[in-house]
Design a protein around this ligand. Structure first.
Ligand code: COA
Ligand code: AMP
Length: 627
């Protein structure tokens, strides 16, 4: 391994405070940190406990002040409307300053929450940064979630204001957001003061008494100055799926996050000030938070935001058109997007039509990068295809080939080496480290570096129980895998009930809770099975109540509809299989772990406590792969 990487990794683990104090110089502080790490509440840690800053200042004002106001900050490319809109740093600052004023006029102050439920429009970025300017934590909810999921987040975050839009556009289909928001507000107990609605040309939302029109509000809004916050104050709360139905509110602080964003883009991704960077994700996911919005803007780059799918609008060459048109230097997307493109353009003909000379690197994350996709993209793009592994909780990569330190050889199937700051290890069920090549639980020794979750929103206890209790002194990632002799990490899949569908993280537990409410269902298990494009898709196995005869087709339709209604279309549950029984222990516990292992192609030893091993034989072909 290269010396710059080795040196950074060694220093970050041996002297974390010195290492991160140095990185903190990349950020503009109102009060620079005198202390680096507060361990007094361990296992809860706080970075830069006495420092103060404003994240929006770091993303916008400081670049304008440095004379870079004319540099393009944001390119919004909407394949679904055919429009490209650009904002310089000065223009973006103007919009953000005024929208912050608008939010303040609605009563939003420091510490108040704002829920953002929007499609991928520039106003979503403006709203996020406006919240950061006010010191008001935002909570962005992905548009593919149903009203009940939005309501659960509204009740947990208790926002003062919600920011939304009349519609999103999915391919050629207009998805009206306002009726979904109205339903969510009917379901929620908490009542926000107002909703700000962006009216898009494709649909006009019906406005209620508490709804305020974005354009009207902005017409009279006065810009406001950034509010100084403590480094440990929350910048945002982002909900993610856990094992249970209740989503986890991942908290991101201001100071540690700004440092991690400032450090990671150049060092992990090798992207600098002059680059055009494109993370083809959605602001509803962590990739969108960190690498559409905060990291590129804090680093003064141009960030591209793409509204559309990789295929179908207009064709599987859409990504390459965007790269050529905007001179993209680095593209970040999920393997599922590349698999969808590869299926429609197997020989890369649409790639060959474009001038992609600006492109240096393709980054891949969100799910395992399978060797076939790695090989196809490497061959047709002719640039390094760099996997990186992380999670909503960590906010930035835990494993990657460090493009800004020592680009090192890539190995198919591995997101490469452990990123400085993350003391990643692989342990057995007793918490003992295993030898290279042996699979186990992937954990990170505490403290986690800056930018990672300090806790869950309003729930320190759940944070400790869910992440810090299984292996004392370690953060449990929920992923399993192994390290090889060269220190490369291989992430093989989740060890819990979380699945990854088309790069979207979902809880099978929450799907089971919905499926179980069908009147014909006695018991059920939802397991992620292999899918050629989406990586994994959920498949429900249901046992009917005694004496009930149900037509399998209608039953499937009804259950699929229930899951779409309560979780959202993004859950993508399409298959419901009626089975005579589920594998159980003699004490009646469903052997989900064994089922998951079979589905993941990791044949786990069948527990000796199994009630009837024959049940597994029936399920085995149904668990293994595409149907
Ligand atoms: N608003 C409303 N509905 C949405 C939505 C949104 N923001 N996002 C997805 N949906 C809906 C879709 O329209 C679809 O509905 P349908 O079942 O009625 O067709 C459903 O949710 C499932 O969507 P998706 O999982 O995206 O499947 P798809 O077949 O439409 O597209 C891919 C498949 C692979 C092309 C697409 O998922 C993709 O590009 N994924 C990349 C994900 C990504 O970037 N993740 C971030 C990590 S880097
Ligand atoms: P999310 O919180 O939505 O980013 O999902 C995080 C989960 O996605 C991780 O815990 C992994 O299970 C999976 N994941 C993300 N990136 C990778 C990767 N590069 N390789 C394997 N799995 C990944």
């Amino acid at each position: 391994m290269g010396t710059a990487y080795d040196d950074a990794r060694r220093r970050s683990l041996a002297e974390p405070e010195a290492f991160w104090a140095e990185a903190a110089d990349l950020v503009d502080w109102v009060t620079p940190p005198a202390r680096v790490l507060d361990s007094s509440q361990a296992p809860l840690y706080r970075w830069f406990p006495d420092a103060e800053l404003n994240t929006c200042t770091n993303a916008l004002d400081r670049h304008v002040a440095a004379g870079r106001g004319g540099r393009t900050a944001l390119i919004h490319d909407s394949a679904v409307t055919g429009a490209v809109t650009t904002f310089t740093y000065a223009e973006l600052l103007d919009h953000v300053g005024r929208f912050a004023g608008a939010l303040r006029s609605l009563g939003v102050g420091k510490g108040d929450r704002v829920v953002i439920y929007m499609p991928l429009v520039p106003e979503a970025v403006i709203a996020m940064l406006a919240c950061a300017r006010l010191g008001a934590p935002h909570s962005v909810v992905f548009g593919g979630f149903a009203p009940a999921e939005l309501a659960a987040r509204i009740d947990d975050a208790t926002p003062t204001v919600i920011v939304s839009a009349s519609c999103g556009i999915e391919g050629t289909r207009v998805v009206e957001y306002k009726p979904l928001l109205d339903d969510a507000l009917r379901l929620a107990i908490h009542e926000p003061t107002n909703s700000v609605i962006l009216q898009r040309a494709q649909a006009t939302a019906t406005m209620g008494p508490k709804d305020v029109d974005w354009a009207y509000l902005m017409g009279s809004a006065e810009p406001v100055l950034p509010v100084t916050v403590s480094a440990t104050d929350p910048l945002y709360v982002l909900y993610t799926s856990g094992t249970t139905g209740k989503p986890k509110g991942i908290v991101r602080d201001n100071g540690g996050h700004a440092v991690a964003m400032a450090w990671s883009l150049p060092n992990v991704y090798g992207v600098s000030l002059e680059d055009v960077w494109w993370a083809a994700s959605d602001v509803g996911w962590v990739v969108g938070h960190s690498y559409i919005v905060y990291a590129p803007l804090i680093n003064g780059c141009t960030t591209v935001m793409y509204e559309g799918k990789p295929v179908g609008t207009p064709d599987a060459g859409a990504f390459w058109r965007v790269v050529e048109q905007h001179g993209v230097n680095a593209l970040f997307t999920a393997p599922t997007a590349i698999r969808a493109i590869k299926k429609e353009d197997p020989d890369g003909a649409l790639i060959a039509q474009r001038d992609l000379s600006s492109l240096r690197t393709l980054f891949q994350a969100g799910e395992r990068l399978d060797p076939d996709t790695f090989a196809w993209a490497s061959k047709h793009l002719g640039v390094p295809v760099v996997d990186n592994w992380w999670q909503t909780e960590t906010g930035w990569p835990m494993a990657c080939s460090m493009r800004g330190l020592d680009p090192m050889p890539l190995k198919p199937g591995s997101p490469s080496v452990r990123v400085p700051g993350f003391d990643v290890r692989v342990v057995d069920e007793h918490g003992h480290e295993v030898a290279a090549g042996t699979e186990g639980n992937i954990v990170v020794k505490l403290p986690l570096p800056p930018g990672t979750l300090p806790t869950l929103w309003g729930d320190d206890k759940r944070y400790v129980e869910a992440y810090l209790s299984t292996f004392a002194g370690y953060y449990s990632t929920g992923d399993g895998g192994y390290l090889d002799d060269d220190g490369y990490l291989y992430v093989m899949g989740r060890t819990d009930d979380v699945i990854n569908v088309a790069g979207h993280r979902l809880s099978t537990g929450s799907m089971e809770a919905v499926v179980a409410t069908h009147p014909a269902v006695a018991e059920c298990a939802v397991i992620g099975v292999h899918d050629e494009i989406k990586g994994q898709i959920p498949r429900a196995f249901v046992v009917l109540k005694a004496g009930i005869q149900a037509d399998p087709g209608s039953l499937q339709d009804e259950i699929v509809e229930m899951v779409r209604d309560r979780i959202g279309p993004v859950a993508a549950l399409r298959q419901v299989v009626v089975v005579p029984a589920l594998p159980k222990t003699r004490s009646g516990k469903i052997l989900r772990r064994t089922m998951r292992g079979i589905a993941d192609g990791r044949e786990e030893p069948v527990p000796s406590t199994i009630e009837d091993a024959g049940v597994l034989d029936v399920l085995r072909p149904l668990l293994m792969g595409d149907s």
